[in-house]
Design a protein around this ligand. Structure first.
Ligand code: DX5
Ligand code: ZN
Length: 217
């Protein structure tokens, strides 16, 4: 069954704890936390202190997506804050192998995220070591953008590589996923769907989860 990871980027930041509890109650599997530094992406969001405080409200895993330059510098702080999964961008990490192994050595699951235009072959020598690949289906920086359809081909190709090599790597699709396109995304091989605007922009969180489960299985 596909996992649903609401992105708190689209939640009401004045009530983050409640918004997380509401997502859990609606049946969400993970909470997706978008960390932006104003350098790697043209937006600034939250850092370790906020992750630490929302951890108190979250019973389900915190899936922390670092859209920041020089992520190695902050891994310890995000682990300590209670991140369960930490993903770094391949484009932002000079020593990706070291970053991934450092995250795993710290006790969190490790992911690597790719921008829409970044080719899959950047994963050639790291894929067996990661727990998660995030394929961005928008250019990172903002919620509420439109899904880039070319992501589906990339997703099918990645799924095929993972299957062929019998790897236990999950694929998360991040950006512009909604109840209409979710079936195509799942059919193409997604294991986890990030939903920001489509989830927190809705008045009926449980209805969104229900619709995705009904349409995607
Ligand atoms: C984009 C973020 C996404 C974003 C998804 O930079 O990484 O996680 O919050 O939001 P939607 O689902 O609204 O595109
Ligand atoms: Zn994200």
């Amino acid at each position: 069954m596909v996992k649903i990871a609401p992105s708190i980027l689209s939640a009401d930041f004045s009530r983050l704890g409640e918004e997380i509890k509401a997502a859990e109650k609606a049946g969400a599997d993970w909470i997706h936390v978008d960390v932006m530094d104003g350098h790697f992406v043209p937006n600034i969001t939250i850092g370790p202190p906020v992750v630490k405080s929302i951890k108190k409200s979250a019973a389900i895993p915190l899936d922390v997506h670092l859209m920041i330059e020089d992520p190695d510098q902050y891994i310890d702080a995000f682990v300590k804050a209670g991140s369960d999964i930490i993903s770094v961008h391949a484009e932002a990490s000079t020593h990706l192998h070291r970053s991934i192994n450092y995250i795993k050595g710290s006790g969190a699951k490790a992911g690597v995220s790719l921008n829409p235009s970044t080719p899959l072959n950047i994963l050639d020598f790291i894929l067996p070591e990661v727990d998660l690949v995030i394929l961005m289906s928008v250019n990172p920086g903002f919620g509420g953008q439109e899904f880039i359809p070319q992501t589906l081909n990339k997703l099918r190709m990645l799924k095929e590589i993972i299957k062929r090599n019998k790897l236990k790597v999950e694929i998360e699709i991040d950006g512009g996923v909604n109840t209409d396109n979710a079936p195509d995304v799942v059919k193409a091989g997604a294991d986890i769907l990030v939903m920001g605007n489509a989830f927190y922009g809705s008045k009926d969180y449980a209805g969104v989860v229900k619709a995705v489960r009904k349409k995607c299985g």
